[in-house]
Ligand binder design. Structure first.
Ligand SMILES: Nc1ncnc2c1ncn2[C@@H]1O[C@H](COP(=O)(O)OP(=O)(O)OP(=O)(O)O)[C@@H](O)[C@H]1O
Ligand code: SF4
Ligand SMILES: [Mg+2]
Length: 325
C-alpha cells in the first residue's frame, strides 16, 4: 500500500456459483485509490466492475463468493472486519452508489425513515434534525419538491429521482471515499453532467476520493485523475487519464478508445466478445480478439507490469506509439 493510498485492493477474486458452473467474475484485481483522486473504471459489460465494487463494500450476495483478496482502507482489511463494523464504515467513511437505485432503496420504509436510519446509524440526531438534513441533501441533488419525496416510498419515484435519492443518501455523511457504480445512467445527458459536477465538486472540495464506474469515456476524460481499464475480471491497464487516452499500451484499451463515435460520425465498434468466464482461459483473456496475439499469449497470462511511476499494463506485446497512431 503506497503512502498516498486510501484504499488498496490486492488480488481480489470473486466467483458466482451457477447451474452451468463457477463464473470467475473477478480474477485477481489489484489497484489503489489515492487520497484526493477520482479513479475511473471502464470496460465493457460483464467485465466485473460491479462485482469488484460490491466485494469492496461487503455486498457480495449469494450465489456470489469472495474467493480471496485483501481490501485495505485506512490500513484495515475490510474483508476481515466483523459485519457490524463494516456496516458502520460503509455508511460513514465509504459511500456507495449502486448501479440499480431501486435495489438500494427499501420498498417498505418511507424515504424519510431511510434517511433517518442512515443518519442515526452514525450520529444521535432528533427526527426534526434528520428531516432538515434530508431535505437539504435532496435539494442539493436537484430534487424539486423534496418534502413530497421524503414523505413517499421508493415505488413512487421515477428512475432518475431514485438515483438522485440514492446519491443524496450516499453523500449525507460526506464520506472519505465514494464508490459510484454508473451513478447517473438513469438520468438524461444534461442532468448527468449536472449531477456529476455536483458529486465530484463535493469530493474535490475536501480532498476526498472517488472510484467512478462508467461506460462513458468522455466522463472519465472530464472528471477522473486516473483510469483503470478492466477486461474479463482483471485490470489490463492503469494510468493517468491523459497518458492512457493519448497513448494506450494495451490493445483492449485502444479498441475501447477507437469504439468512441467520432465527430465525423465514424463508429468502429468492438468486435468479438468476452471469453467464457466459467472455463477461464489459461493465457491472455483478450487473445481471441487481439490482432497482436502470438503463441505466448495463448500459453501464459500476462502479468500486470509497472511501466513507470504511474502506468501499469498487462500485455506480452504492449503497443508502442507508432502502432497507436
Ligand atoms: N448474481 C449473479 N449470478 C451469476 N453471475 C453473476 C451474478 N452477478 C454477476 N454475475 C456475472 O459476473 C460477471 C461480472 O458481472 P458484473 O456485474 O460485475 O459486470 P459489469 O462489468 O458491472 O457489467 P455492466 O457494465 O453490464 O454493469 C458477469 O459475467 C456476470 O454475468
Ligand atoms: S497479451 Fe497478447 S493477446 Fe493479450 S492483449 Fe497482449 S498481445 Fe493481445
Ligand atoms: Mg455493472
Amino acid at each position: 500500500m503506497s503512502a498516498q493510498a486510501l484504499l488498496s485492493v490486492n488480488d481480489l477474486r470473486v466467483s458466482f456459483d451457477t447451474r452451468l458452473g463457477e463464473v470467475h467474475a473477478v480474477n485477481g484485481v489489484n489497484f489503489e485509490v489515492r487520497q484526493g483522486e477520482i479513479l475511473g473504471v471502464v470496460g465493457e459489460s460483464g467485465c466485473g466492475k460491479s462485482a469488484t465494487l460490491r466485494a469492496i463494500v461487503g455486498l457480495t450476495q449469494t450465489p456470489g463468493r469472495i474467493d480471496s483478496g485483501e481490501v485495505r482502507f485506512q490500513d484495515r482489511d475490510l474483508l476481515a472486519m466483523p459485519p457490524r463494523e463494516l456496516r458502520r464504515t460503509r455508511g460513514r467513511d465509504i459511500g456507495f452508489i449502486s448501479q440499480s437505485p431501486f435495489g438500494a432503496l427499501n420498498p417498505i420504509l418511507s424515504i424519510e425513515r431511510q434517511f433517518a436510519n442512515i443518519i442515526r446509524a452514525h450520529r444521535k440526531e432528533s427526527r426534526k434534525q434528520c428531516r432538515a438534513e434530508a431535505l437539504q441533501a435532496l435539494a442539493s441533488v436537484g430534487i424539486a419538491g423534496p418534502e413530497r419525496v421524503l414523505d413517499g416510498y421508493a415505488h413512487e419515484l421515477s428512475g432518475g429521482m431514485a438515483q438522485r435519492v440514492v446519491i443524496a443518501m450516499a453523500m449525507i455523511h460526506n464520506p472519505l471515499l465514494l464508490l459510484a457504480d454508473e451513478p447517473t445512467t438513469a438520468l438524461d445527458v444534461t442532468v448527468q453532467r449536472q449531477i456529476l459536477d455536483l458529486i465530484t465538486g463535493l469530493i474535490k472540495e475536501d480532498n476526498r476520493s472517488m472510484l467512478l464506474v462508467t461506460h462513458d469515456l468522455s466522463v472519465v476524460a472530464q472528471y477522473c485523475t486516473r483510469v483503470m481499464v478492466m477486461y474479463a475480471g482483471k485490470p489490463v491497464e492503469i494510468g493517468s487519464v491523459r497518458e492512457v487516452f493519448k497513448n494506450p499500451k494495451h490493445p483492449y484499451t485502444k479498441a475501447l478508445l477507437d469504439a468512441v463515435p467520432k465527430a465525423d460520425g465514424e463508429i468502429k465498434g468492438l468486435s468479438g466478445s468476452l471469453p467464457d468466464l466459467i472455463n477461464y482461459p489459461v493465457g491472455c483473456p483478450y487473445v481471441s480478439r487481439c490482432k497482436f496475439a502470438s503463441d505466448v499469449c495463448l500459453e501464459r497470462m500476462p502479468a500486470m507490469t509497472q511501466e513507470s511511476g504511474t502506468r501499469a499494463v498487462a500485455c506480452h506485446h504492449q503497443l508502442v506509439s507508432s502502432e497507436v497512431a
